[in-house]
Design a protein around this ligand. Structure first.
Ligand SMILES: Cc1cc2nc3c(=O)[nH]c(=O)nc-3n(C[C@H](O)[C@H](O)[C@H](O)COP(=O)(O)OP(=O)(O)OC[C@H]3O[C@@H](n4cnc5c(N)ncnc54)[C@H](O)[C@@H]3O)c2cc1C
Length: 568
């Protein structure tokens, strides 16, 4: 069996759905997702989406240019400024578009879309729907895609990208429900496969956020960019690592240490709790490392105190946070502070794309968290990622439309069939006797990443991480799965994904080892300052002939914001 679509979209999160909605009136669009689309990680987004709307009573003179400046400064000047400008300009249009498509945003008393302050932003420009913003955005887009008749393949897992030197011909997919391996031919393929959080042991991300899409593209020879830039969110619930949205601080929450001190005044006295995430995470970790954290059976922590906001505000603005605290740790934030610690949250790096979502391979596109445009550079601002998914999902649909209109595109069925046979052999090869299990290798890999490639990094630790990753790759050669069944075999799926996660982890650790400076979320204790002379450039990783990453660099696009010291 071989399937065909004009356009194939891999990923049913916000980026994938927005692209599908933009293309399905004109083309035959197929959308594959390894989970039901509304179980994508986008559903978990809480705090909001940024746009410089003119209606805000507290920020009437906000503009997209100011939004761009905050984004570029937040990125520690690694963002490509033309892409950041485009995103911030489009932001206003896409938020109103989502509103007109029925997205139930929270409102100001006059009925206009409510906005709250977020970290690193000069204005309160984060639009939201209580603390369920991802939920309402994703459902709005999913309903629209169903209404428009997008052909969705839920629980289909893409295992390989099929491309010859210069052009993409489609993918090889695994239908999880019956275990069939199916080639899918397409004139254009878009990856919207989300981030790589789960290569870390401590992460706010859903278990499905393995980054396999980035690994698949990389294995197929597509360059990936800035992988070393990994965001650590300041406030994850202790023990479970469930996110406590930045909106907790946006609404006025405090961070306090064991002496009850609002310690952010010693680090960033002006911005306090609303400094950007890289800075707040490092401040919290320093408090804990220097003995000013609190002790809990689940680990050391800092308090996120919302009590002074009062019951009414907490119930109106942060009801989901209160429920999570009650359900998972038995704490009511109306009455007690929330125990938090920083942990992995977001992947700044990803598939190297330009602002039209194009990659090095014709007919292959990337959008959303799996892509690195780059609009976030070395550190993403809260509220800018939901924005990126919808803006670049939309722009990908424009670029693909243009590509499909410009001449005939031939796809190679023979190549797809031979790749299918290769993948079949590979999958069957995992069902054998062997001494390694995928979950033990993953546990060791993710612990290496959390302990040696974390918030604070240094040369010897990164070198050790690289050794551990090489060892894990060697162990992977002996991996096996227990059940010979192909349908709904999650151990098999995990084993397939693990191979890609090993590459993703490798490129993160290697990029971090090579980058001898501190910029945004990448902080080297042994090179603790930014070095624009040598390092104002993107890191590009491409797979070499021997399967090892080959590293090069790419220019950062600077338009009107000259790099300067980042002060808040
Ligand atoms: C807890 C949490 C809260 C957040 N809150 C905010 C916020 O308030 N504001 C903000 O701006 N950002 C927030 N973010 C970040 C933001 O939610 C994400 O970056 C964004 O939603 C990612 O969307 P996406 O469409 O790129 O990918 P996702 O929503 O992650 O979707 C990825 C899709 O790809 C599919 N997929 C992946 N690999 C494969 C494969 N190999 N084969 C088939 N399908 C595949 C999955 O099934 C899924 O449908 C938050 C993130 C987290 C984790």
């Amino acid at each position: 069996m071989m399937l065909y679509h004009d356009v194939l979209i891999v990923g049913g999160g916000l980026a994938g759905l927005r692209a599908a909605v933009g293309l399905c009136d004109k083309y035959d669009v197929g959308l594959l997702s390894k989970v039901y689309p509304i179980r994508s990680h986008s559903i978990a987004a809480q705090g909001g989406i940024n746009a410089a709307l003119a209606n805000n009573p507290n920020g009437k003179d906000d503009t997209w240019e100011k939004h761009t400046f905050d984004t570029v400064k937040g990125s520690d000047y690694l963002a490509d400024q033309d892409a950041a400008e485009l995103m911030c300009q489009e932001a206003i249009k896409v938020v109103y578009e989502m509103e007109h498509w029925g997205c139930p945003f929270s409102r100001f008393p006059d009925g206009s879309i409510a906005q709250r302050p977020f970290g690193g932003a000069g204005y309160p420009r984060t639009c939201f729907s209580t603390d369920l913003t991802g939920h309402v955005l994703l459902n709005t887009l999913y309903e629209r895609s169903v209404f428009k008749g997008v052909k969705v393949y839920p629980e289909w897992f893409v295992i390989a990208l099929v491309n010859d030197g210069g052009q993409c011909h489609g993918v090889i997919a695994f239908d999880l429900k019956n275990g069939e391996i199916v080639p899918i031919r397409a004139k254009a393929t878009l990856f919207a496969t989300g981030g790589y959080g789960r290569v870390y042991f401590y992460s706010t991300n859903a278990l499905i956020n393995t980054g396999s899409g980035i690994g698949i593209a990389y294995k197929a020879g597509v360059p990936i960019k800035d992988m070393e830039f990994v965001q650590f969110h300041p406030t994850a619930l202790i023990g479970t690592n469930i996110l406590m949205t930045e909106a907790c601080r946006g609404e006025g929450g405090y961070l306090t240490n064991k002496d009850g001190e609002r310690f952010m005044k010693r680090y960033v006295p002006n911005a306090m709790e609303l400094a950007p995430r890289d800075i707040v995470s490092r401040s919290i970790q320093t408090e804990i490392d220097e003995g000013r954290g609190l002790e809990h059976p689940l680990g050391k922590y800092i308090n996120l105190d919302l009590r002074h906001l009062g019951a009414e505000k907490i119930l109106a603005r942060l009801p989901g946070i209160r429920n999570i605290c009650l359900d998972f740790i038995g704490i009511d934030p109306i009455l007690e502070p929330i125990p938090i610690m920083p942990c992995q949250h977001y992947s700044m790096g990803g598939i190297d794309t330009n602002e039209r979502c194009e990659t090095d391979v014709k007919g292959f596109y990337g959008a959303g968290e799996c892509a690195c445009v780059s609009v976030h550079g070395a550190n993403r601002l809260g509220g800018n990622s939901l924005l990126e998914t919808i803006v670049f999902g939309k722009l990908a649909s424009f670029a693909i439309d243009e590509y499909l209109q410009n001449g005939e595109i031939k796809t190679d069925e023979g190549l797809l069939m031979s790749r299918k046979e290769e993948m079949e052999k590979k999958i069957h090869g995992l069902i054998r006797e062997g001494k390694e299990k995928p979950y033990t290798i993953l546990a060791d890999l993710s612990k290496t990443m959390s302990s040696l490639v974390g918030i604070f990094r240094k040369k010897e630790e990164l070198a050790q991480a690289l050794k551990n990753i090489e060892a894990a790759k060697e162990r992977y050669r002996h991996v096996h799965v227990s059940s010979p069944k192909l349908h709904m075999n999650h151990e098999l799926l995990n084993a397939v994904e693990l191979e890609y996660m090993l590459d993703v982890a490798h490129t993160i650790a290697l990029g971090a080892h090579l980058r001898e400076e501190s910029r945004g979320a990448h902080f080297r204790r042994d090179f603790n300052a930014r070095n624009d002379t040598d390092w104002l450039k993107h890191t590009i990783a491409k797979i070499g002939k021997d399967g090892e990453p080959v590293i090069s660099s790419k220019k950062v696009m600077i338009t009107k914001y000259q790099p300067m010291e980042r002060k808040y």
